[in-house]
Design a protein. Structure first.
Length: 277
């Protein structure tokens, strides 16, 4: 069975150590880590080696591994200063990965919306938006290569990479083993596409399976935007989604996302039952 984990911000405790205790209490063994869990910004401007060592040691004590770090910022932000600030902070996070004993950072490909990186904007489809994404990636990939890190982005309907074919196009254009995919079966349906769920899930894995580094487990109740419901509470075909994940050549962690802590036990039970049947 694939390893189950959780996005660390979904478990809120006064201190990081208690968060890790709660994660193990729920029977989970890995996290997509957000630095806010340790009392920092999501993307700190500096990350001391001693901080990394403390985080790693506290996780090891509890038998929790760091499946990935959240490094999401707006990679095509219309404000070049803000975009460059995100790039520099991502470089800092990449260099911290070896000390944290992790090799995956999750990315948001971004939007022209200046207020929120997950909001759609009509200019996302402009050639200039794509070019800016390429330029941002070209600034960080050499750092990923030096530190043996995979930068994993999500195809997400509100972002510049809003479909799995566009994700394949990006992977082929960049052509680096250090660029990968976070697959989320609840994030890939444009308005009116929900009836095409089966075909779109098959398409996603046909195009991207060799590059998937991490998977998310959440749900949706409508199309046109990313789903943000607990796994098993919406319309996602989990029988198909999990069967496709199980066929990956290299198993990847499955990270609970889009839920409240009180929903965690039911989502875990749902996923385990679906995987076993």
């Amino acid at each position: 069975m694939m390893e189950l984990g959780i996005f660390s911000k979904h478990i809120e405790r006064p201190v990081m150590e208690e968060t890790f205790d709660a994660i193990r209490f729920h029977g989970l063994t890995c996290v997509q880590f957000n630095f806010e869990t340790a009392g920092f910004e999501t993307m700190p401007s500096t990350i001391e080696k001693s901080v990394c060592n403390h985080i790693r040691e506290q996780m090891e004590l509890r038998g929790v591994s760091m499946a990935a770090i959240s490094g999401t910022f707006n990679m095509i932000h219309p404000d070049l200063y803000k975009r460059q600030q995100g790039i520099e902070r991502l470089q800092t996070m990449i260099h911290a990965c070896p000390d944290l004993d992790t090799s995956v950072i999750t990315l948001c490909t971004g939007t022209r919306d200046p207020m929120h990186m997950w909001n759609h904007h009509p200019d996302n489809n402009a050639p200039e938006a794509w070019d800016d994404l390429i330029e941002s990636l070209e600034q960080v990939l050499p750092h990923a290569e030096k530190n043996n890190v995979i930068l994993a982005f999500e195809p997400e309907v509100a972002n510049v990479v809003d479909s799995c074919p566009k994700a394949r196009r990006l992977l082929d254009q960049i052509n680096s083993p250090h660029l990968g995919i976070v697959i989320d079966g609840a994030n890939i349906y444009h308005k009116g596409e929900l009836p095409m769920m089966e075909n779109l899930l098959y398409e996603a894995f046909d195009l991207l399976s060799d590059d998937i580094a991490l998977a998310h487990a959440k749900d949706l109740d409508h199309d046109g935007e990313a789903g943000n419901l607990a796994a098993g509470t919406g319309l996602l075909d989990y029988d198909l989604y999990l069967s496709l994940l199980n066929k990956l050549k290299t198993p990847v962690p499955l990270i609970l996302h889009g839920l409240e802590e009180e929903q965690v036990p039911d989502s875990i039970a749902f996923l385990k039952d679906t995987l076993e049947n």
